[in-house]
Design a protein around this ligand. Structure first.
Ligand code: 5RP
Length: 285
């Protein structure tokens, strides 16, 4: 993993979330649970105390917004927190999704003992400049206190169908080129970790970004398929995942997070991890 020339505080915080395997390669399984900041009570997160509490011991880091953190999660469980600090939007106005601002201060993140903050950046949208400026401002403030910045490549309403290959003109949309472009801009404006999506020709994305990359899970898909893209991303050089719905909306979230860990940390194939998922499901039943 490329740690760059970071100071002791940031390096120590990175080491808390990227855990080395037996060969010394550092990877992470972050559990994304920030969805309610713009989705409201997302399926599986209606009451995170029920669904998330059993998953936290298996996560290398968790990424909630402060409402879930303060009211639903046990402060005595020491899993590192990457706090979602941008928002101000809602799924009820999809056309305004990219209109995000900083809603939680770095001081608040420090008070909540976060190791880092996460910020969405909406490249090629109406609010591109505003979200890049938010990233830059947070990066400067986080450097003052050694907090990490995780920059999220957010696609917004316009680009979402293109990324899924569904929108008009999507056949001509080069997703790898877009994510390489967006991810590098996020790195250059101060992110220490880039969150992006796994797409065809992903090597182009990896090649253009030098900070550690974590892969977003996206919409819930069958467990076998989620394990497959995770395995492909790790093989192609991603340092881990920041996965939400494909874990907490799984038929068996505790089995699924362990199967994902086996791919990310043990290098299991998707087939082997799916066997593990089924065994763990059986064991629980
Ligand atoms: C939006 C996000 C999400 O809030 C979330 O973290 C994504 O997780 P998943 O797609 O795995 O459910 O990053 O930009």
């Amino acid at each position: 993993m490329n740690y760059g020339q970071l100071g002791w505080g940031k390096l120590n915080r990175l080491a808390q979330i990227f855990r080395p395997d037996s060969a010394g390669n550092a990877h992470t399984v972050m559990l994304a649970m920030d969805h309610p900041y713009f989705y409201g009570p997302t399926t599986g997160l209606e009451d995170p105390r029920r669904t998330i509490t059993p998953l936290v011991p298996y996560a290398d880091a968790i990424s909630p917004a402060k409402g879930t953190l303060e009211y639903c999660l046990d402060p005595l469980v020491p899993t590192p927190v990457i706090l979602r600090v941008t928002g101000g939007n809602s799924m009820t106005r999809r056309e305004e999704l990219s209109d995000e601002h900083i809603i939680t201060s770095v001081e608040e993140a420090v008070r909540l003992n976060a190791v880092g903050v996460s910020v969405s950046v909406y490249i090629d949208t109406e609010h591109q400049a505003q979200t890049i400026r938010s990233l830059g401002k947070l990066a400067n403030e986080c450097s003052q206190c050694g907090l990490l910045v995780l920059g999220i490549t957010a696609v917004g309403a316009k680009l979402e169908p293109m990324v899924k290959g569904e929108g008009e003109g999507s056949a001509d949309f080069d997703a790898a080129k877009y994510f390489a472009h967006a991810g590098r801009i996020i790195q250059e404006n101060g992110a220490n970790i880039v969150k992006t999506y796994f797409v065809d020709n992903w090597e182009q994305v990896r090649d253009g970004i030098q900070v550690p990359i974590v892969i977003a899970g996206g919409k819930k898909i069958p467990e076998r398929e989620a394990l497959e893209f995770t395995a492909q991303a790790i093989a192609a050089g991603a340092e881990g995942v920041d996965m939400g719905r494909n874990i907490f909306q799984s038929e068996d979230p505790v089995a699924m997070i362990q199967a994902v860990r086996s791919v990310v940390h043990e290098g299991r194939s998707a087939d082997d991890a799916f066997v593990l998922f089924n065994e763990l499901q059986g064991a629980a039943g």
